[in-house]
Design a protein around this ligand. Structure first.
Ligand code: NAD
Length: 270
């Protein structure tokens, strides 16, 4: 029998981190290699089992030693923050450990760190690891390609009150899919803030509206609004488990993939 894939989790006490630990423990063929958290936080030294669904000790303790995590894992899954992900990209390249990146809101320099590390190891980066959103990306691209520019594209994003980046990485990915379908550069047409006397809408713009509140896991709608009709494509995430399951699926895929920067659509084959 092939040996188990050793998966490390960073940000293990976070909203996604806990889900990821559960998902790794529940997946045949995968073993939890270790778990890290930010230095000087209350989770350091805690048995990770106490943060899982079982609430039982499993003998794996949360540390702040990222170097050791990368050295001891085949794949590391990282849903933390842009600065931390940039550091982890360096470690992934150094140790040739595959890396799954769910962190959103990366600045261009931080994205470059991922691209550099991807020359040495397999990296899967996705703003959204759900199957549904990755299907939606394809549908949006197709709709934007099919419909004329007179169909105004507007994207809405609603998330829980703790989310720190806006528009969401998923909204930006949906905008990118729409721009690709239309054959335009997203940066040239994206309008993510409207306030005051904005004047009429410019044809061809891709608008984004952001809502934050409560415990919403993630809702996105891409609207194609014309005179006389409107097409709306919507995805609603009701549990973070879908992201965690997708990230573990990506980890298994990355473990046997050549160095490179991949998307979840590569993993799913669509
Ligand atoms: P969170 O704040 O609950 O979790 C992040 C965790 O990282 C925290 O527990 C924090 O203490 C920890 N951390 C900070 N510095 C660290 C370090 N140096 N080493 C190890 N851990 C460290 O946030 P969250 O809601 O879990 O989201 C995390 C990221 O994932 C965000 O960027 C969010 O947008 C993104 N996200 C992506 C997807 C997706 O499918 N791609 C889905 C949900 C969330």
């Amino acid at each position: 029998m092939a040996s188990e894939i050793k998966i490390g989790i960073t940000g293990a006490a976070g909203r996604m981190g806990r889900m990821l630990v559960n998902a790794v423990l529940a997946t045949d063929g995968c073993a939890l290699a270790g778990a890290t958290e930010a230095p000087n936080t209350s989770a350091i030294g805690m048995d990770i089992g106490l943060l899982t669904n079982s609430l039982k000790d499993i003998g794996i303790y949360i540390t702040d030693n990222s170097e050791e995590l990368f050295a001891g894992s085949d794949v590391v899954i990282d849903f933390t923050s842009p600065k931390v992900t940039e550091l982890h990209a360096g470690l992934a390249g150094e140790h040739k450990t595959a890396l799954i990146v769910g962190t959103t809101g990366l600045a261009p320099g931080q994205q470059s760190a991922l691209e550099l590390a991807a020359k040495k190891t397999a990296i899967v980066q996705a703003a959204n690891f759900s199957i549904g959103v990755n299907l939606l990306l394809g549908l949006v691209e197709q709709a934007a390609k099919t419909l004329p520019q007179s169909y105004d594209i507007e994207i809405s994003d609603m998330h829980h009150r703790h989310k720190v980046d806006a528009p969401s990485g998923t909204a930006l990915a949906l905008g990118q899919a729409a721009a690709t379908g239309r054959g335009v550069n997203l940066a040239d047409v994206m309008v993510s803030a409207r306030d005051g006397i904005t004047g009429p809408r410019r044809e061809g713009d891709i608008g984004m509206a952001v809502f934050r509140g409560g415990d919403v896991v993630g809702d996105h709608t891409v609207m194609f609004a014309a005179s006389g009709e409107r097409v709306e494509l919507t995805h609603k995430a009701t549990s973070r488990e879908i992201f965690a399951a997708g990230a573990v699926r990506a980890a298994i895929w990355a473990n046997s993939s050549a160095p490179g920067l991949y998307s979840m659509r590569n993993v799913l084959g669509f």
